[in-house]
Write a protein that binds this ligand. Structure first.
Ligand code: AHG
Ligand code: MN
Ligand code: MN
Length: 335
């Protein structure tokens, strides 16, 4: 079977300006993923032992898993020196690498080191999401402008899902491939080549508890999902884990739509453009799906802030298009 390292090396030739740096960076992300996976698997035990939030025997504060994951990925990316700056959910400002090697790194990364982290205690799959761009500045430490790029300019993106098995799924703009971690040898193996959304699709994933705050278009789309129409496979079925990575991963394999809309309370929704929506949107499009705010393509948005939020509709193309129809039809501007 093909390993992640072999696969990435083979694909290097698909890049016009390939120097091996992106290959190295993806491999380093794979290594950090294995370290995080090890800690995620120990989470239950650590809890029983009462470790987190307390001091360990050396007097060090035990790290929460999302802080641990953040440090792990930041360190892994420092090592190879390909990355000059990182925007992370866990850091208010952009994180810049000040060492000389990293300053000459060609890439910047946006990441959510641990997505769905509120699910750790209950043993529900969680994930890591990453998005990679070429830097815009020519030298020195990376800057904000390097990170505030449109999603369509991503050179690579992916996620790791720490679930019943651990998988790394990524794209460099030439389709989507998934690798499963074989724990006995500690290697990611190509298990899901050329992933695409299946035809059809009948899953809708949305936190319906927020129903009363949804815009009319979202409410009407939910009603549409619940109607009886065997010809279009309705009523659809609801699946909502509350971990974007897990919800998206399931919908990619089974066919479905994930929605985190804007609400009257939070018009921009909850999910962050740079390190949640853009990478997942890039993967979705590469797998034949679609991602939008309900009105416009996610990958076309020019970000203005690293932690900016946007409404998010992502999944099987025809399902996202149908939801967009409802959003347009019931938009307040049409009244
Ligand atoms: P994070 O743990 O990185 O803050 O992200 C959680 C996100 C996302 O993974 C999930 O789909 C969404 O929050 C769930 O939100 P609700 O609990 O509001 O449904
Ligand atoms: Mn998240
Ligand atoms: Mn997170």
């Amino acid at each position: 079977m093909k390993t992640l390292v072999e696969f990435i090396a083979e694909k290097q030739s698909e890049f016009p300006y390939a120097t091996g740096e992106l290959t190295r960076l993806l491999n380093d992300i794979g290594i950090a993923a294995k370290l995080v996976n090890r800690e995620v698997n120990k989470a239950g035990l650590v809890d029983i032992n009462g470790y987190f939030g307390q001091q360990n025997i050396q007097g060090e504060e035990q790290k929460k898993l999302d802080v641990f994951a953040n440090e792990c990925f930041l360190k892994a990316m420092k090592h190879g020196g390909m990355v000059c700056a990182v925007a992370s959910e866990e850091n208010d400002e952009i994180y810049t690498y000040e060492n000389a090697v990293s300053k000459s790194g060609k890439y910047v990364v946006a990441m959510d080191p641990l997505d769905g982290s509120s699910n750790i205690e209950v043993n529900v799959p969680i994930g890591t999401i990453f998005s990679i761009y070429r830097r815009k500045s020519s030298s020195g430490a990376g800057n904000l402008e390097d990170l505030l790029q449109c999603g369509k300019d991503q050179v690579a993106a992916g996620y790791i899902i720490y679930g019943s098995s651990t998988m790394l799924v990524y794209t460099t703009g030439h389709g989507v491939n998934g690798f499963t971690l074989d724990l006995s040898v500690g290697i990611f193996l190509l298990s899901h080549p050329e992933m695409t959304f299946p035809e059809g699709g009948n899953i809708y994933s949305i936190n319906e508890a927020n129903y009363i705050y949804f815009q009319e278009g979202v409410k009407q789309y939910i009603k549409y999902c619940q109607q009886d129409d065997p010809a279009t496979n309705r009523p659809y079925t609801t699946r909502y884990i509350g971990s974007l990575v897990s919800d998206f991963h399931r919908n990619l394999i089974r066919g479905g739509i994930y929605i985190y809309p804007g609400t009257f309370k939070n018009p921009h929704g909850k999910l962050r453009l740079l390190y949640e929506c853009n990478p997942v949107a890039f993967l979705a499009e590469q797998a034949g799906g679609k991602a939008s705010t309900g009105f416009e393509r996610i990958l076309d948005i020019q970000p203005s802030h690293i932690h900016q939020r946007v409404p998010f509709f992502v999944g099987t193309k025809h399902m996202v298009e149908k939801a967009e129809e409802f959003m347009r039809e019931y938009s307040p501007e049409n009244k």
